[in-house]
Design a protein around this ligand. Structure first.
Ligand SMILES: C[S@@+](CC[C@H](N)C(=O)[O-])C[C@H]1O[C@@H](n2cnc3c(N)ncnc32)[C@H](O)[C@@H]1O
Length: 352
């Protein structure tokens, strides 16, 4: 169970402290890469405990940097640790750690957004989807600019059972900007409820474990950090293709303060808009005056099922993108006037 794992089942030989490693290899954090390091072992141990019991497990750590969290993972007694680090400067320090734990650490110098995790581990560690989660964990303290696109990619891979989920219901323990952590776990009706809450919660059990104050990091970021744990559900709460669900949820939340029918209308071309929006709400039995944040996962399930039905019955609906149509209209309008394409009034994007 998450949070109940015991640490210190593997003793690392004496090593320079993380602070000394940073000095030794001149690893000053690069602000443009949003590098904020955790040097406090009690905090790195606390993050690792959220992942569960790691003894004899396989772990992929994303963005190990100078290796604070990496040491906690090793002390937890893992059998195989694969680290993926983009910044070359950290590789020698990680090699030092690898020598201190012979046969346990594999270092990949690369970008986690491009890394194909299917090839990183032997097939025999996998479990079937319906089984217990495999003994494979993904753990990381990444820059916020990476953790948000990464979780969106991983949610899609969760739905298609690819990437880390080619091995079964692999658990993730990751850090996010506190506000994003709150959005990921926001319940129906709460102020933080947003697109990412629905996408994460229809596919997984999401737990906002604890908050780390910004001052615990070196250098200190402007925001606090939330540690979030994900366990994929055996049965996703919405049984429609990920892309369809994503489109539906994105359209609903684009007008988050309006009634939900306003965003839903934009799923349909102008000529059929009133008729099909009415039909969608009727079939899904959803009150059009609900605000997007008041819609539960069950509401979204009913809407996704009804929308999928309408897509089957009416040609061209599934591929219709309101924003794309708007962009093309603006482009044609500006060409008729012989001018540069005008940007027009931007539609305010809802945050992830
Ligand atoms: C916030 S620092 C955390 C470092 C370390 N894990 C810690 O907790 O002290 C983020 C780390 O992720 C690395 N990183 C950033 N983008 C990455 C990417 N796309 N793929 C792999 N590593 C990345 C950075 O170089 C840095 O080492």
């Amino acid at each position: 169970m998450a949070g109940s794992g015991k640490l210190a089942s593997f003793r690392l030989p004496p090593l320079p402290t993380i602070g000394e490693i940073i000095k030794l290899y001149n690893l000053r954090a690069q602000k443009q890469l949003s590098q904020n390091f955790l040097l406090d072992m009690r905090l790195t141990d606390k993050i690792i405990r959220q992942a569960g019991n790691l003894r004899n497990s396989t772990v992929c750590e994303v963005g190990p940097g100078p290796g604070g969290l990496t040491r906690s993972i090793l002390r937890a007694g893992v059998a195989d640790l694969l680290v993926v680090e983009k910044d070359t400067r950290f590789i020698p320090g990680l090699q030092l750690l690898s020598e201190a734990a012979p046969g346990k650490v594999r270092i990949v110098h690369g970008d986690i957004l491009k890394y194909r995790m299917e090839g990183g581990f032997p097939a025999h560690i996998g479990k079937t989807w319906e089984d217990e989660p495999p003994n494979l964990h993904v753990i990381g303290n990444l820059p916020f600019s990476v953790s948000t696109p990464l979780i969106i990619k991983w949610l899609e891979q969760m739905a298609s059972r690819t990437g880390p989920f080619a091995f079964g219901r692999t658990r993730l323990t990751l850090t996010f900007q506190k506000e994003v952590a709150e959005r990921l776990t926001a319940s129906t009706g709460s102020r933080q409820r947003s697109r990412i809450s629905v996408m994460a919660q229809y596919l997984s059990t999401v737990k906002n474990c604890f908050t780390i104050p910004g001052q615990a990091f070196v250098p200190k970021p402007d925001v606090d950090v939330g540690v979030v744990h994900f366990t994929p559900l055996v049965q996703p709460q919405i049984q429609q293709p990920f892309k369809l669900v994503e489109k539906l949820v994105r359209n609903v939340f684009q007008f988050r303060r309006k009634h939900c029918d306003k965003g839903l209308q934009m799923l349909f071309p102008e000529a059929q808009r009133p008729e099909l929006t009415h039909e969608l709400l009727l079939r899904a039995d959803v009150d059009p005056t609900h605000r997007p944040f008041e819609l539960s996962i069950s509401h979204f399930r009913a809407l996704a099922d009804a929308y999928a039905g309408l897509c089957e019955e009416h040609e061209g609906i599934i591929g219709y993108e309101f924003r794309e149509e708007l962009r093309q209209k603006r482009h044609q309008h500006s060409r008729r006037r012989g001018g540069e394409p005008c940007a027009g009034k931007p539609i305010k994007e809802e945050e992830p």
